[in-house]
Design a protein around this ligand. Structure first.
Ligand code: URA
Length: 444
């Protein structure tokens, strides 16, 4: 039977599973323009409403992966398994900045293709660009040079990586068709598979600051990601992790890079951030065959942090990609002209935070984008964010706002307080709160 865009759309509209040929026709049409935007949007909506099974999602993911360049590392003079992590996005999630150099210091090779902020969540590329001179858009030769020097390189996707996803994502973004587990799965994995990885760990966030607000939703996405990655030939595991509070103690681009530097150099390591970094590293080192058990991976990663080997890798990566030559001692990060503590309104215990609202507060300060292509102000954000279940007295700061103007600082202070929930002192059991943000692990 002849395949056309209209017959594929009709088949999915009527609830059929699409054949490999139909899905490949779609992926091809995304790249060569033979599918119009209206047809792409119609199929995306049909998939949102009717779903796709794992086999369909594997075929679509592979077709989107092969819509562009698929990186291959054999013969590139890199020694070690090629490994990476993907996070579904959170607030204050700067784990990539410490994880990539830690895994590199333990013998892995980490070509980390990262993204920009999306909605209320921050993006690793925006964070790194707070470092003067750091280049995220590099050609293959520069990526290879950084990997040879540091063992890790955090960069953006080139236009040649998964171009089918690039077009599909842009259309989904404006047609209310982002919220589909199979489409999210194919989108994330097509880019990761195109990076030529041998092992991938997925950090699926759940909570008020995540795209997946409930545990069942996060489990469904995590299961889909692991099953489809495995189906496409990539070894993958997923951790479902808590995003009901800011990860670490800061959010905002330059502030998060400073926190990462303090973490790597041992000046300050927020316990939840440390725990998650070690857990993700443990999975990657185990998947890469660098250690016999994840527990030994955790120890190896801890040693890489304690000895400064991970910090050294980070510094080498920054230098190789055009950033400050002595980033561990002089990061040259910009600072905001206005810094204002947000005083607690009363005695009590910080019992919950609306993390999405805190992320949006940083966007409003100028640290994220309201429209694609907006410039970001890397100086702004929140630091010294109080962890949940901390007892405070009236007037004690719950965070420090970093802003470009007095007026925006004023508004941000109000937004932070509106995002905080309080209970009476003694009304909460602080001891029940774990420093381990990992809720569940999936994968082989
Ligand atoms: N991130 C992606 O890369 N794709 C999606 O569809 C959603 C989040």
């Amino acid at each position: 039977m002849d395949i056309s865009a209209a017959t594929v759309i009709a088949a999915k509209r009527d609830g059929a599973a699409l054949s490999a040929a139909q899905l490949q026709h779609f992926a091809q049409g995304l790249v060569d323009g033979s599918w119009a935007d209206s047809q792409v949007a119609a199929l995306a909506m049909a998939i949102v409403l009717r779903g796709m099974n794992t086999d369909e999602t594997v075929v679509l993911t592979s077709a989107m992966t092969h819509s562009g360049e698929v990186l291959q590392w054999g013969g590139a003079g890199l020694h070690g398994p090629v490994l990476d992590k993907h996070s579904t996005g959170g607030v204050g999630d700067k784990v990539s900045l410490m994880l990539a150099p830690t895994v590199a210091a333990c013998g892995g090779v980490v070509p980390m293709i990262s993204g920009r902020g999306l909605g209320h969540t921050g993006g690793t590329l925006d964070k790194l660009e707070a470092l003067p001179g750091y280049r995220c858009n590099v050609d293959h030769a520069s990526l290879l040079a950084a990997l040879r020097s540091a063992g890790c390189a955090i960069v953006g996707a080139s236009a040649q990586v998964a171009p089918a996803d690039r077009r599909l994502y842009a259309i989904r973004d404006v047609t209310a068709t982002v919220e589909s587990v199979p489409l999210i799965t194919a989108s994330i994995l097509s880019k990761k598979l195109a990076a030529g990885l041998q092992g991938l760990v997925l950090d699926v966030k759940v909570g008020s600051g995540a795209f997946m607000a409930s545990l069942p939703e996060a489990q469904t996405l995590a299961q889909s990601l692991v099953a489809v990655a495995n189906g496409a030939g990539l070894s993958a595991r997923a951790l479902i992790t808590d995003m009901n509070q800011v990860l670490g103690h800061s959010t905002g681009n330059a502030l998060e890079v400073q926190e990462a530097l303090d973490f790597l150099t041992g000046r300050r390591q927020e316990p939840r951030l440390l725990s998650l970094t070690l857990d993700l590293a443990a999975q990657l080192l185990h998947m890469g065959g660098l250690v016999p058990t994840p527990a030994q991976g955790r120890q190896l990663a801890q040693r890489a942090l304690d000895t400064g080997a991970a910090a050294e890798r980070f510094a080498r990566m920054v230098t190789a990609l055009g950033g400050p030559p002595d980033v561990l001692r002089d990061a040259q990060l910009p600072t905001a002209p206005v810094q204002r503590p947000v005083p607690a309104p009363r005695d009590g215990v910080l019992s919950r935070t609306n993390v999405r609202a805190l992320g949006q507060c940083v966007v409003q300060l100028g640290g994220g984008r309201s429209r694609p292509g907006d410039a970001v102000d890397s100086r702004v954000g929140l630091s010294a964010v109080l962890p949940l279940h901390t007892p405070v007295q009236a007037g004690q700061p719950v965070a420090i706002v970093h802003a470009a103007s007095e007026a925006s600082a004023e508004q941000a202070c109000r937004d932070v307080l509106a995002a905080c929930g309080w209970v009476e002192l003694g009304g909460e059991d602080a001891a029940a709160i774990s420093a381990n943000p990992v809720l569940q692990r999936l994968g082989d």
